[in-house]
Write a protein that binds this ligand. Structure first.
Ligand SMILES: Nc1nc2c(c(=O)[nH]1)N[C@H]1C(S)=C(S)[C@@H](COP(=O)(O)OP(=O)(O)OC[C@H]3O[C@@H](n4cnc5c(N)ncnc54)[C@H](O)[C@@H]3O)O[C@H]1N2
Ligand code: MOO
Length: 418
């Protein structure tokens, strides 16, 4: 069993970055439909299998014509080319009504919009049958209103580079290229568990002394929003023997070892702190980080007898402590590994005085609006409602015990936690 660690926030961050960096290094690749590919990271360069547009086509509803035929002499109007049709070659001295997106006929190199034609309307079927002419003037340059093959992207060009995290616009080009499935970095599969005999699932009536398990939902959704696939086992028993058996079953139920297991609760100095009591014997180090909330922490490579070794993060049980720990130590590493945008920092003016304890970085929650930061709730780590009403953190360093209202501070924008 390792001696308890005592770390500053940067020291713990570095230790976790290193540990999770290794755990998230080789996530593998999966092939998925575009429908499920939003925010996924491309595993390899996406090469255009065809040019886009695949053929020259019209940018306007108008007449397809050869530029040398433009002028004052009436041109015979031939069969209309609609979008979705293959075009017949155009003879010199004629013009073909063409619709936006329809393929340019061979022999034509210019489109004159209908508004510039004389007459400025398309012929009726009957007029076309009798012979219809149009004057297209001389104003247009050769190639006007023609979208040439490959003018968007050439066949064989890299449309999206490996590592791109795909949003709607990236997925739009993939679909436009006719590709239905993409190879993406697999989501890390995280096992999440809560501990505490006082906990019951939401939707269950409370017996005396019980509370509802908030952390499973809070951390599961935060992990999902950060690009993980999450398996949960709910609340594990506080007795060491049952906890150990349940842990073993949960670890061995997975087809492949989890790259990461996260627990909340059971790691401080109580008489029933089962996570620490059991897992300290099998490779997980416990200690304290000079941070509030989120002081108690555990982390390490868990080698439970009978199970494959797994990277384990033991977070404190108070819901705000668990979430702050996730934001400070886990999400930044996931963001790097999975290409998520990192949390942004904004400069804000404090709307009220704040006090902070010496020797610890305090992470207080609050709202950032119109350049101002207003603390929500106090420092206590059970204040879930104030967390839910907040959209930002202020990080007060360990040497600062007081901040005046009006001070310019940096705040970390967390949004709604997603
Ligand atoms: N004597 C000391 N006591 C405590 C210390 C300390 O240094 N000395 N540290 C305190 C701090 S700070 C924290 S944070 C907590 C961390 O405790 P644990 O990680 O062992 O968590 P628990 O004791 O299991 O639970 C703490 C608190 O949170 C509630 N909880 C736990 N899990 C959930 C959940 N899934 N959903 C909702 N609420 C949860 C639990 O009921 C407790 O109220 O220790 C302090 N004590
Ligand atoms: O450090 Mo604990 O995480 O305050 O509540």
């Amino acid at each position: 069993m390792e001696a308890p660690f005592r770390r500053s926030v940067p020291e713990h961050r570095e230790a976790i970055e290193e540990m999770l960096g290794v755990a998230l290094r080789d996530l593998g690749v999966e092939t998925i439909d575009l429908d499920g590919a939003l925010r996924r990271r491309l595993a390899q360069d996406l090469v255009a299998p065809r040019a886009l547009p695949p053929w020259d086509n019209s940018q306007m509803d108008g007449y397809a014509v050869h530029a040398d035929d433009l002028g004052v002499i009436p041109l015979s109007v031939v069969e209309t080319i609609a979008a979705g049709q293959a075009a017949h070659a155009l003879e010199r001295g004629t013009a073909a009504p063409i619709m936006t997106g329809a393929p340019m006929p061979a022999g034509a190199n210019t489109v004159i919009p209908i508004e510039a034609a004389v007459p400025d309307r398309f012929p009726l079927e009957s007029e076309l049958a009798q012979g219809f002419t149009v004057v297209l003037g001389t104003g247009a340059a050769e190639g006007s209103y023609v979208r040439t093959r490959g003018s968007d992207i050439d066949e064989g060009a890299v449309a999206l580079e490996a590592g791109t995290v795909m949003g709607p616009t990236a997925l739009g080009i993939v679909a436009g290229l006719g590709i239905a499935q993409v190879q993406v970095i697999a989501k890390p599969r995280v096992l999440l568990l809560s501990t505490g005999d006082e906990l019951v699932a939401p939707g269950t009536e409370l017996a005396p002394g019980q509370i509802h398990d908030a952390n499973t939902t809070l951390l599961r959704t935060a992990l999902r929003a950060a690009g993980c696939q999450v398996d949960t086992v709910g609340v594990l028993d506080d007795s060491p023997a049952t906890f150990t058996t349940s842990m073993r079953e949960a670890l061995n139920a997975a087809e492949h070892p989890y790259p990461l297991v996260i627990s909340s609760g059971g790691i401080s100095k109580g008489a029933f702190d089962v996570v620490k009591e059991v897992l300290a014997n099998y490779g997980v180090a416990f200690g304290s980080v000079a941070m509030q909330p989120g002081g108690p922490q555990g982390a390490g490579m868990l080698s439970l007898p009978g199970c494959d070794p797994v990277t384990f993060m033991a977070l404190p049980g108070n819901p705000v402590s668990a979430f702050v720990s996730f934001e400070m130590f886990i999400r930044p590493v996931l963001a790097t590994a999975l290409g998520l945008p990192a949390r942004t920092v904004a400069i804000a003016t404090l709307t009220e005085d704040m006090e902070s304890m010496p020797g610890k970085m305090q992470v207080r929650r609050g709202t950032f609006t119109d350049g101002a930061f207003t603390p929500m709730g106090g420092a206590s780590s059970h204040l879930l409602a104030a967390l839910a009403a907040s959209n930002a953190f202020i990080l007060i360093d360990e040497n600062t015990t007081h901040l005046d209202s009006g001070t310019r501070v940096n705040v970390l924008i967390i949004g709604d936690g997603a």
